[in-house]
Design a binder for this molecule. Structure first.
Ligand code: T1G
Length: 678
C-alpha cells in the first residue's frame, strides 16, 4: 500500500501521505516525499505544491520505532532542504498534530495553513532528544527566539491560533475545506518570490537581549535538573542566532546524535511505548462490549472524593456526590468550585467551562440518589470495616450492572468485593492525590472482576485523561508496595547515622521532586498522628509531640524561615540521636552512593517480586506507575528500566553488600543476564 501519492489539481500538485495511525515519517514516507517533490520540480505544468496528510493528523513526527536502528531511506533534513530550495511555492496543509519532524516539514514549506483545531510542536525533548531536521534553526528564524525557546526546550505544542499569532502559520482555514483552501492559497502565491524559513539568522530577540538564553535557563532550572536534552535544545536555538543556517544545522546534528546515543533518550523512548502498552490488559476478551458510563457516583466529598469527581465533571460526565453531613458536603463542593476557579484564573479553562462542570454535579446526603449511576467510586476513610459496610449498602441500592469501585490505596479488593453479591462488578480505582491533577490511576483487578469492567474502566481512564495501570490485588498494589521498602530504608539510614537531609538530597539529585522528610513536612507530619504527645514511639511522633508538624508550623524535620527556606534542625537531630542510642544502633557516616543504593535497590527488588507474583502485567507498567504517581524522573525510564541501565547484577551485589534481601526472581534474572525491559 503506497504511503504517499500525488494528485494533480491543474497547476497545483498535491502530495498526500497516508500512513496510519499518525503519518509517522518512516523511510517509505520520506522517500515518497522526495519523489513527490522531484515530480513537482520536474513538471513545468506544476506551478505550486501542497503537502497534506490523510487520516487524523498531519505528520506526527519521525517514526519512533526506527530509532536505535540503522538508518534506512532518505535523510529528512536533506529532503526538506531540497524542497525549500524550490522556486515553486510549497504549502503545508495542517490538521491534527504537526509534531517533531512533522512540524519541521511544515517549517521547510514556504507557507503553512492549518485548521483551528490543529496543534504544532517540537516535542523531541520529551523523548530525550532535540529536533533533528533543522527545527531548531528554522523555528527561531520564523517566530523569533523568545517564542521558539519554550517550544523547543519544553516541547509543548501550541494551538493554531497561537501559531498564527506568532507567525508560525500564515492562515487558519476551514475545518472541512483544508485541502481546497490550501490549493487556493497556493495558487495565490504563484509568481511571488518564495519565503524561506532558513534565510538569515534568528537575530531579532537575541540581538536585543543576548541574555535571553541564561534568563530562560534560570527561569526553568528546577524542572530541567539532571535532564540533558533541554540544555542541548537551548544551545541549538542559540546557534540559530550566531551564524549561517548550515553552521546551525551542523551544530544541531552534533547535539542530536549525542542525545540519540545516550541513556536518557533510550529511557524516554522506552517510556513512550510503556505508557501506551499499559493500556493493554492481559487475559481479557478485547471484543467484550463496554458498559456505558453516563453517570458517576462518588462517595465522600473530601480531598480525594472531590478531586475524583472533578475528573469526570471536566470530561462532561455528570456526578452525584454523597456525604454524611451537609457542612462536609458544602465544604467539599466549595473546594471543587474554588479549584475550577483557580484554573480559570490561570487561563486553563473558561468561566463557562467552570459553570458547565459544576452544573452537572449533584451533591446529596441521600445514598438513594446513586441508584441510577453506572459507576460508583467510594473514597471514604481507609478502613476495611467501613468500606465493607459502604459496599454492602451500595449493593442494595445501585442498579444491577453498575460498577462499584473503591479508591483504596492499600486494602484487599477481594475482601471488599465479598461484601457484595456482585464481585464481578467490583474493581479498585486508586487515584493519587490531588486526584484532579495526578495522571496515574492504579486499576486493581479483583479475582472476580469481569473483562467488561476492566475494559470499561481502562477506556474511561483515557477519557478522563488518566494513565491507568492494571495492578494485582496485594497490599499497596504496585506503587505503595514499592514505596514501603524505600521508606523503611530512609528510617533505617537515619537511625544508623545518616543525615536526614542527605537522604532527601540523594533523591532530589536523582531527579525526584523531593525526598521523604521534605515530603513529610509538606504533607504534615501530624497527618494520622494520634495527637497524644505523651505517647512517643517513633521519631515522627516525637516531632509531633514537639509541635514539629512541618512547613505549616514553621518547623518539622527542618526549620523554615518566612520564605519557607528549609534548614536542618538541631532539635530534630537530637531527637533522632536519642532514638538511635536507645535502640543501641551503632552510628556511622554514609556516602551518597550508599544512600542511593539503600533507597532504590530494595524498590527494584520489590518490583521484581511484584512481577514474579503477577501483580503487574509487565515491568514497564511499574515504570509507568512510578513516573506518573511518585515523580520518578522520566529521563531514567522508571525503576525497572533504570535497574537495567545500572545492571541487575550490580543491583543484586549492592543489596547483598548492604545485607538486604534479594528476591529469587531478581537473582535468577541477573544470573541469566536478563533485563526487565526488552
Ligand atoms: N512514531 C511511531 N509511532 C507513533 C508515533 C511516532 N512518532 N506517534 C504515535 N505513534 C503510535 C503510538 O505508539 C500508538 O501505537 C499509535 O501511534 C497512536 O498513538 C526528526 C527526531 C501523535 C499526539 O514525539 O505525541 O520527529 O499503541 O496512542 O493519544 O526532529 O501519539 O496504537 O500501536 O499516542 O491520539 C516526534 C509522538 C518524534 C509525537 C497522538 N513526535 N506521538 O496521540 O494516540 S521525534 C512525537 C504523540 C522526531 C524529528 C524528531 C501521540 C499523538 P499503538 P497514541 P493519541
Amino acid at each position: 500500500m503506497s504511503v504517499i501519492r500525488t494528485e494533480k489539481h491543474d497547476d497545483v500538485l498535491v502530495i498526500v501521505a497516508d500512513n496510519p495511525p499518525v503519518n509517522a515519517l518512516g523511510a517509505k514516507v520520506r522517500q515518497g516525499l522526495v519523489d513527490g517533490i522531484e515530480q513537482a520540480l520536474g513538471d513545468d505544468t506544476v506551478k505550486a505544491v501542497v503537502i497534506r496528510c490523510d487520516g487524523r493528523t498531519f505528520f506526527a513526527g519521525a517514526d519512533i520505532t526506527e530509532f536505535g536502528k540503522a538508518p534506512v531511506g532518505p535523510n529528512l533534513g536533506e529532503a526538506l532542504d531540497k524542497m525549500e530550495a524550490s522556486d515553486k511555492p510549497v504549502v503545508a496543509a495542517i490538521h491534527g498534530t504537526a509534531l517533531g519532524g512533522g512540524c519541521e516539514v511544515a517549517l521547510a514549506c514556504h507557507y503553512r495553513v492549518a485548521v483551528t483545531s490543529a496543534r504544532l510542536g517540537l516535542p523531541e525533548v520529551k523523548l530525550g532528544l532535540i529536533p533533528g531536521a533543522a527545527g531548531t534553526q528554522r523555528l527561531p528564524r520564523v517566530v523569533g527566539v523568545a517564542n521558539a525557546l519554550p517550544m523547543v526546550v519544553k516541547g509543548d505544542p501550541i494551538s493554531a491560533t497561537k501559531a498564527l499569532e506568532i507567525g508560525l502559520i500564515d492562515r487558519i482555514v476551514g475545518a472541512q475545506t483544508l485541502a481546497a483552501d490550501a490549493i487556493a492559497f497556493a495558487r495565490e502565491q504563484i509568481g511571488k518570490p518564495v519565503p524561506r524559513s532558513s534565510a538569515g539568522t534568528a537575530q531579532q530577540d537575541a540581538v536585543r537581549d543576548p541574555s535571553i538564553f541564561d534568563t530562560f535557563r534560570q527561569q526553568n532550572a528546577r524542572g530541567l535538573r539532571g535532564f540533558e536534552a533541554p540544555e542541548a535544545a537551548i544551545q541549538a536555538v542559540k546557534a540559530s542566532t550566531e551564524g549561517s543556517y548550515a553552521d546551525g544545522v551542523k551544530r544541531e546534528r552534533e547535539l542530536f546524535v549525542k542525545l540519540m546515543s545516550g541513556t536518557q533518550s533510550a529511557a524516554m523512548r522506552h517510556y513512550f511505548f510503556a505508557e501506551r502498552a499499559a493500556n493493554k490488559i492481559d487475559n481479557v476478551d478485547a471484543a467484550t462490549p463496554l458498559i456505558p458510563v453516563n453517570k458517576v457516583g462518588v462517595i465522600g466529598a473530601g480531598t480525594m472524593g472531590g478531586g475524583i469527581a472533578m475528573n469526570f465533571l471536566s470530561a462532561g460526565i455528570p456526578v452525584t456526590i454523597v456525604e454524611m453531613q451537609q457542612d462536609a458536603l458544602d465544604r467539599g463542593t466549595g473546594v471543587m468550585r474554588r479549584n475550577y476557579e483557580n484554573s480559570a484564573k490561570r487561563g486553563r479553562m473558561t468561566g463557562e467551562q467552570v459553570e458547565a462542570a459544576m452544573g452537572i454535579l449533584q451533591p446529596t446526603l441521600n445514598y438513594g440518589d446513586l441508584a441510577d449511576c453506572d459507576l460508583v467510586i467510594e473514597a471514604v476513610f481507609e478502613s476495611m470495616d467501613i468500606k465493607k459496610e459502604v459496599f454492602a449498602k451500595l449493593d442494595g441500592i445501585v442498579k444491577q450492572g453498575a460498577i462499584l469501585a473503591s479508591n483504596t490505596s492499600y486494602l484487599d479488593i477481594d475482601e471488599i468485593a465479598s461484601a457484595t453479591r456482585r464481585p464481578e462488578f467490583v474493581v479498585g480505582l486508586h487515584f493519587f492525590s490531588p486526584a484532579n491533577v495526578m495522571k496515574l490511576l492504579e486499576m486493581v483487578r479483583g479475582a472476580k472482576t469481569s473483562d467488561a469492567v476492566l475494559l470499561t474502566c481502562m477506556a474511561l481512564a483515557k477519557k478522563i485523561g488518566k494513565i491507568a495501570v492494571v495492578a494485582g490485588n496485594c497490599p499497596g498494589f504496585i506503587g505503595n508496595r514499592m514505596l514501603t521498602p524505600r521508606q523503611q530504608q530512609a528510617q533505617a539510614l537515619i537511625m544508623e547515622g545518616a543525615n536526614y537531609w542527605d537522604v532527601d538530597d540523594v533523591l532530589v539529585d536523582f531527579g525526584f521532586p523531593m525526598g521523604p522528610f521534605q515530603m513529610g513536612d509538606l504533607a504534615g507530619n501530624d497527618v494520622g498522628w494520634h495527637r497524644d504527645p505523651s505517647r512517643v514511639e517513633t521519631v515522627r511522633e516525637a516531632l509531633c509531640a514537639a509541635g514539629r508538624f512541618g512547613q505549616k508550623a514553621g518547623k518539622g524535620w527542618y526549620d523554615y524561615d518566612e520564605a519557607r527556606n528549609r534548614t536542618p534542625s538541631d532539635e530534630t537531630r537530637a531527637i533522632i540521636a536519642d532514638f538511635a542510642s536507645k535502640a543501641g544502633k551503632p552510628q556511622r557516616s554514609f556516602t551518597k552512593d550508599e544512600i542511593r543504593e539503600r533507597l532504590l535497590y530494595p524498590m527494584v527488588n520489590e518490583g521484581a517480586k511484584i512481577l514474579a507474583e503477577g501483580k503487574a502485567q509487565r515491568a514497564s507498567d511499574i515504570d509507568v506507575v512510578w513516573i506518573n504517581g511518585y515523580g520518578w524522573p522520566l529521563f531514567t525510564g522508571g525503576p525497572m528500566f533504570w535497574a537495567d541501565t545500572v545492571g541487575l547484577d550490580t543491583v543484586v551485589a549492592g543489596l547483598e553488600r548492604h545485607g538486604l534481601p534479594v528476591d529469587e526472581s531478581l537473582r535468577s534474572r541477573a544470573a541469566a543476564g536478563e533485563r526487565f525491559s526488552n
